[in-house]
Write a protein that binds this ligand. Structure first.
Ligand SMILES: *[C@@H]1O[C@H](CO)[C@@H](O)[C@H](O)[C@H]1NC(C)=O
Length: 236
């Protein structure tokens, strides 16, 4: 039943200018308590539910509806993963109710980012779940590991992982002569530098129009003359 409501709600948000009025009488009471009786005639607005963190009210061009965030998402006025819903870790529910997980193969919740189930703690892959279907994602740029605490990719030293084999680079011990000590830097390739933090290499990529200057070990803008030369090289 709930999933039907969710599907209808989502259909309404994305596809439909139809009117949906909830049959749940409780909604009418709480709606009166929390949100304006008059929906603004024009525009789409979301209003928090007083008790449930995953529910909300929506005014769509003057029509009020009761909406449910898909599992793993919670109401947020600025949320936009689906409707007015954001990933749960970005929402502070205070003392509102939080729904139980609805899991499916590869997805603890229907929406979210998750460590792979067979994961070693140091994995460059993670799962992005959407409507209960996992998609395998890889940390970008190269050299980062998935960190479930931040629901994103992080430096190897921050996750307690070794990136030596990933980057095929080993930080020299105690390289105090390095001008960038205590974060010594090394040339990696023409577009990247390695900097060592707690003995683990971090790969730092230069910007799109930059290259590594090997003498200073910094990223420097590509000079116009070189750019022209490169263009000619490519063209002929
Ligand atoms: C709301 O009304 C505007 C103006 O009439 C219209 O362009 C828009 O598509 C409507 N939005 C929805 C979600 O129905």
């Amino acid at each position: 039943m709930k999933s039907i409501i969710i599907l209808v709600a989502v259909y309404a948000i994305f596809n439909c200018s139809c009117q949906i009025v909830s049959a749940n009488p409780a909604f009418q009471e709480s709606a009166v308590a929390e949100i304006p009786l008059n929906c603004p005639i024009e525009g789409v607005f979301g209003y928090p539910h007083p008790k449930a963190c995953d529910e909300y009210f929506q005014c769509t061009n003057g029509t009020l509806t009761h909406e449910y965030c898909p599992n793993g998402l919670l109401f947020s006025e600025t949320g936009h993963v689906v409707g007015f819903c954001a990933y749960s870790w970005n929402v502070d529910c205070k003392d509102k109710t939080i729904p139980k997980p609805i899991s499916s193969p590869g997805c603890p919740y229907q929406f979210g980012f998750f460590a792979e189930s067979d994961h070693s703690p140091c994995n460059v892959f993670y799962s992005e779940c959407s409507w209960g279907v996992p998609q395998r994602r890889q940390c970008e740029p190269h050299g980062l590991f998935y960190d479930d605490r931040i629901k994103g990719c992080n430096w190897p030293d921050q996750v307690g992982c070794s990136s030596e084999s990933l980057l095929n680079f080993k930080c020299p011990d105690e390289d105090k002569g390095n001008r960038y000590w205590p974060y010594p830097r090394y040339y990696y390739n023409e577009a990247s530098i390695v900097t060592c933090v707690q003995g683990q290499p971090r790969l730092v990529n230069c910007g799109a129009d930059e290259l590594v200057d090997a003498a200073s070990l910094t990223c420097q803008p590509v000079h116009k003359e070189e750019e022209t030369v490169n263009v000619h090289k490519r063209r002929f």
